[in-house]
Design a protein around this ligand. Structure first.
Ligand code: NCD
Length: 309
């Protein structure tokens, strides 16, 4: 039985390095199998339920494609408005119901801690596909996989996380996940959107090098990887504050003139204004490759947590 069998995936910092290596190894295997045109039946007879109480394109479609590519089936609640949550059903009751129908559950929810709460309600493995401004661990695994594929290794790299570091669950998870490796961080954000102090304190206590700056241009000059993020409009209480900050960082092609050779530009997507279209044909613009990498990583995760890999 693999180490992740029957485990939930709730936070990026739950993984040991050997677990991350295992996930990447299985992802690579599946990716090669798909590229070779092989039909996989690892999840045959299994059912995945995706419960998304917030919008999603990549995360939901890649999880569902992953299950289908492994020969499994999918039942889906795309938006809370079409499920009983709209009638006031508790997350607990929803999970007790869904566990009767599905072998594994993927949940996206607007509340921090919702995935942990869901996991506590059911004996089925729960994968956190984003809990509010909390965590997005499966995204960080595909981000890690992308950096390895683009750069050979994450070790020794300077990684800039830029944009809405306060509300961005992708950067919360990625900072935690990469902190086990030999990376230097630059956190670039407007003052109002800094990385939460508890995360910065935890990483510094582990001896991780962190530079905080408001200057995206300064960050670009020293980076090997530039991870841009969207200002998370849905997390703002005051729309005027969102309007003030929404265009804080817009990466354009001309700004990359100051970059080191081979800079890798990433973004979890969706982008709004953060990366101009003229960056898309920059050799290091990896964000659509990054999105594609979600498929293999999520195939690996589904097979591992159900004990099929
Ligand atoms: C992110 C999310 O939902 O947190 N998207 C994703 O899963 N790729 C990023 C975002 O919405 O800004």
């Amino acid at each position: 039985m693999n180490k992740l069998a029957h485990k939930d995936v709730l936070r990026a910092d739950q993984f040991s390095k050997s677990e991350i290596a295992l996930i990447v190894e299985i992802a690579r295997e599946y990716e090669q199998a798909l590229a070779a045109g092989r039909v996989l039946e690892v999840m045959k007879g299994q059912v995945l339920s995706t419960l998304f109480y917030e919008p999603s394109t990549r995360t939901r479609l890649s999880f569902e494609a992953a299950m289908l590519r492994l020969g499994g089936a999918v039942i889906s609640v795309a938006e809370a408005k079409s499920s009983s949550a709209a009638k006031g059903e508790s997350l607990y009751d929803t999970m007790k119901t869904v566990e009767g129908y599905a072998d594994v559950i993927v949940l996206r929810h607007p509340q921090i801690g919702a995935a942990a709460e869901a996991a506590a309600a059911t004996y089925r493995p729960v994968l956190n596909a984003g809990d509010g401004a909390g965590q997005h661990p499966t995204q960080s695994l595909l981000d890690y996989y992308t950096i390895e594929k683009e750069r050979g290794t994450v070790k020794g790299l300077t990684v800039t996380l830029a944009g809405d570091l306060k509300h961005g669950r992708t950067v919360h998870s990625l900072a935690e996940l990469l902190s086990s490796y030999d990376v230097r961080f630059v956190f670039a954000s407007p003052a109002a959107l800094r990385m939460p102090v508890d995360i910065v304190t935890r990483l510094k206590a582990r001896g991780v090098s962190i530079t905080e700056t408001e200057s995206l241009a300064d960050a670009i000059r020293t980076s090997d990887v530039l991870y841009m993020t969207r200002i998370q409009r849905e997390r703002f209480e005051d729309p005027a504050e969102y309007d003030r900050l929404k265009d804080a960082y817009v990466l354009t092609r001309s700004m990359l003139a100051g970059a080191q050779d081979g800079l890798t530009v990433m973004h979890p997507l969706p982008r709004v204004n953060e990366i101009a279209i003229d960056v898309d044909d920059y050799a290091g613009a990896a964000y659509f490759r990054q999105a594609a990498n979600g498929l293999a990583i999520r195939m690996a995760l589904l097979a591992l947590v159900t004990g099929r890999a």
